[in-house]
Design a binder for this molecule. Structure first.
Ligand code: ADE
Length: 261
């Protein structure tokens, strides 16, 4: 997969040389190109921003450097990448969206700063490439750079070959499949007792059925505790009697009853 990233802070992307994504780049699974937006400015100060029409605080990124940058990185006569623009006004980024993006051949990330990019840039780009405006959550970052790092890691680890055999994306929280919409439960490794805290005995039992049941109980409990709104997305027919009892125990008797019907 090819990734292009346009930013006024190319140095933000040094972490993409490290760990999983760094290795994927070295082995050729990921072809990452980081571009400095200022290389498409033509004035002495390499200006990328200006005051907002209509007034208000802050500055807005000028359309001209962005237009030239997108033309250069995604030439109008070539195959179009998907343009991804991180912004708190975008659609929420999810695991499903990461999986869709992991199937693309070419992604182009445009990092805004200040109050954002002049809206005509996305409007015009959308006439010749698919565009996703994406938000990481209900908070405001200083710019899109960190959001792009997050998305590249979430997308990159889903590309076949990027994770080793030992790791798997199948049981991730939010992974599509059996545990859909449940958070992952707690995990343990050696030693069996640490600071007087023992690993739950069931995990040492070798009883795989009982271990799977215990893990599901933990996942249900943790989801009820931390993300109760996710429980509403569980298809009732995927819950057995034991699941319903666990949910009822966590203070969701209404769920227990609803789902029993
Ligand atoms: N840029 C600034 N805040 C952001 C957010 N919450 N998500 C994505 N991009 C952003």
């Amino acid at each position: 997969m090819r990734l292009d990233i346009i930013s006024i802070f190319p140095e933000y992307f040094a972490p993409l040389d490290v760990s999983l994504i760094g290795k994927a780049r070295r082995t050729g699974l990921l072809d990452v190109h980081v571009h400095d937006l200022r290389s498409w400015t033509h004035d002495r100060h390499r200006t990328v921003d200006d005051t907002p029409y209509g007034g208000g605080p802050g500055m807005v990124m000028k359309p001209e450097p962005w237009g030239e940058a997108l033309d250069a990185v995604a030439p109008p006569d070539g195959p179009a990448p998907r343009l991804v623009v991180p912004t708190p006004s975008g659609r929420p980024f999810t695991q499903a969206m990461a999986a869709e993006m992991a199937a693309e051949e070419h992604l182009l990330f445009a990092c805004g700063r200040y109050e954002g990019i002049d809206s005509r840039v996305v409007q015009e780009a959308a006439t010749r490439m698919p565009v996703s405006e994406v938000s990481l959550g209900d908070f405001v970052l200083a710019g899109g750079e960190v959001a792009v790092l997050v998305m590249v890691e979430a997308i990159g680890r889903l590309i076949p070959g990027v994770l080793g055999n030992a790791e798997s994306v199948a049981d991730d929280s939010f992974a599509p499949g059996a545990m859909e919409s449940l958070l992952e439960g707690p995990v343990f490794t050696k030693p069996p007792v640490w600071r007087e805290r023992a690993v739950p005995e069931i995990l040492l039992s070798g009883n795989h059925g009982a271990i799977a049941r215990w893990r599901r109980d933990q996942a249900l409990r943790r989801t009820a505790e931390n993300r109760p709104e996710l429980l509403g997305r569980l298809a009732p027919e995927t819950l057995d009697k034991h699941d319903r009892k666990i949910l009822a125990d966590t203070g969701f008797p209404e769920h227990g009853e609803d789902m029993a019907n």
